[in-house]
Write a protein that binds this ligand. Structure first.
Ligand code: GLN
Length: 500
């Protein structure tokens, strides 16, 4: 069978129609994960536990006790604490850590919620810091379209696993682009919801005012199915909003069932001129422009908008995110979790040595920057100024939303780079985040869906940025796009399961 070619929505039907059991799906995808370890996409497996969850799902199905997604497999980004598996955020400092509880979204999607079966933990940049997945303690994940290319970061393992058909869906987290950029580089669909839409409880914190969890899958429809269960109030995260959750699945159904050949009629798509400047590679530009024509053919009208502070999003983000990270990561002291140095002189030396051994270079760099910008004497010059600019960046979006409903543009200035090509100079790497950072700074929802291929036949993703809580409209747009294009159906070759 070729279950890996199916979407989550297809598999949901197949389970319902008893064409396949949850147990068979778990075996099938576990075999694909194990047979394609060259991707280094999934870094922690517990087959017995996964198969036990699948068996229980089949029993629930047989007893008429199934929930909405019962029996469907997924992997969780290693940033989400997951009972039964290790939860390390791909850092040595959390090596061997096992959480006594599930993250909110793990709980909501899993056997205590929507019924999905966890097949393992996905590789990522250490503490979600990075854009290439090269900062993982477990080594880089690879891009299934070309093993020499990065899958993007920080949710690189999630994206690579979905793209290669090792799993139909995965969770991701996005602080400055970590769902959208790997989705773009690997040719899959992913959405970062509005800040506060999904609980951060149990998500190992990077920069708390920017972090948001979201789904990654082949299609917008699958993202809608997953987000429906991830979103919603959770009292354990004080920034999680008690606002009703839209019916994302209904939103998708409305597009599919409409006989209207122009389902996007009336939607004004804003094209920020700053997103189409000379920094945008020609191949990416061509794919994005072709994608925008598709929106137009579906009835959308185009308007030029301006996000004048786009360039400043990089310095602003790389002050605020490290500042919050330096505070969040102070809890890793060698006492409470994970790695502790073997040899040390006294308590202070134990903290220092454990942290020196446990954190990787990029994480240390961010802690240093963060501590610096928060320190007395520099706080006003850097941190406070960055916060003021953050407000202006958010205001720029609101000005744009006066004349458009959704903003469209590239996710990243170029296609996935070669592994190792960006590691020498971290600031070069930070510049790659130019189009993804500002939605996080403003707290807006944003997504990526495949819209073509660029140089070296590497995928290109279209970014959609919506106004607060406008996830439904974005998912509808991407879904309408996916009804008339085939990009999301393309899969890289060379990945098979174990002969069964
Ligand atoms: N590349 C950005 C960073 O390194 C964003 C990462 C993310 O969204 N987690 O911080």
């Amino acid at each position: 069978m070729t279950w890996h070619l199916k979407t989550l929505a297809d598999l949901k039907k197949s389970i319902k129609n008893k064409e396949v059991s949850s147990f068979e799906l778990a075996q099938y995808f576990l075999s694909r994960i194990k047979n394609n370890q060259k991707l280094n996409a999934v870094i922690d497996l517990d087959e017995a536990l996964s198969l036990a969850q699948a068996k229980a799902a089949d029993e629930a199905l047989a007893n008429g006790k199934a929930a909405a997604l019962t029996g469907l497999p997924l992997v969780h980004k290693d940033v989400f604490v997951t009972q039964g598996w290790h939860s390390t955020a791909c850092s040595k400092i959390l090596q061997g850590y096992q959480s006594p509880f599930d993250a909110h979204i793990v709980e909501r999607l899993g056997h205590r919620g929507a019924g999905m079966v966890c097949l393992g933990k996905a590789n990522m940049d250490e503490f979600a810091m990075g854009s290439t997945n090269e900062n993982s303690y477990f080594g880089p994940a690879k891009n299934p379209w070309n093993l020499e290319k990065v899958p993007g970061g920080s949710s690189g393992g999630s994206a690579a696993a979905v793209a290669a058909g090792l799993i139909p869906a995965a969770t991701g987290s996005d602080t400055g682009g970590s769902i959208r950029q790997p989705a773009s580089f690997c040719g899959i669909t992913g959405i970062k919801p509005t800040y506060g839409r999904v609980s951060r409880y149990g998500m190992i914190a990077y920069a708390s005012s920017l972090d948001q969890a979201g789904p990654m899958a082949k299609t917008a429809e699958d993202c809608a199915l997953l987000l429906a269960h991830m979103a919603g109030h959770d009292a354990r995260d004080s920034t999680c909003l008690a606002k009703d959750v839209d019916d994302y699945v209904l939103g998708i159904t409305q597009v599919t069932e409409s006989s209207n050949s122009q389902p996007l009629k009336g939607i004004r798509v804003g094209l920020p001129k700053e997103y189409f400047g000379p920094g945008l590679a020609a191949d990416v530009r061509a794919a994005i422009e072709a994608g925008i024509k598709v929106y137009e053919s579906l009835g959308a009208t185009l308007v030029e908008v301006s996000l004048p502070k786009t360039e400043l999003s990089i310095p602003v983000y790389y002050v605020i995110a490290p500042a919050e990270a330096s505070s969040n990561l102070s809890r890793f002291d060698g006492v409470r979790y994970g790695h502790r140095a073997k040899a040390y002189k006294d308590l202070l030396d134990m903290y220092k040595t454990s942290r020196a051994e446990g954190f990787g270079a990029e994480v240390k760099r961010r802690i240093l920057i963060g501590t610096y910008v928060l320190s007395h004497g520099y706080y006003d010059a850097y941190y406070l100024k960055a916060q003021k600019l953050r407000r202006i960046i958010a205001q720029d979006f609101q000005n744009a939303f006066q004349v458009c409903d959704v903003i469209a543009g590239p996710v990243a200035p170029s296609v996935a780079p070669t592994i190792g090509s960006k590691t020498a100079d971290p600031t070069q790497m930070y510049l790659e985040d130019i189009f993804t950072l500002s939605p996080n700074l403003a707290g807006l929802p944003a997504m990526s869906h495949p819209c073509g291929f660029g140089a070296d036949h590497m995928p290109v993703g279209m970014q959609l940025i919506g106004n607060y809580f406008d996830e439904t409209r974005m998912l509808q747009m991407a879904h309408a796009f996916q009804q008339v294009t085939e990009w999301h159906k393309k899969m890289p070759e060379g990945f098979s399961g174990v002969a069964q």
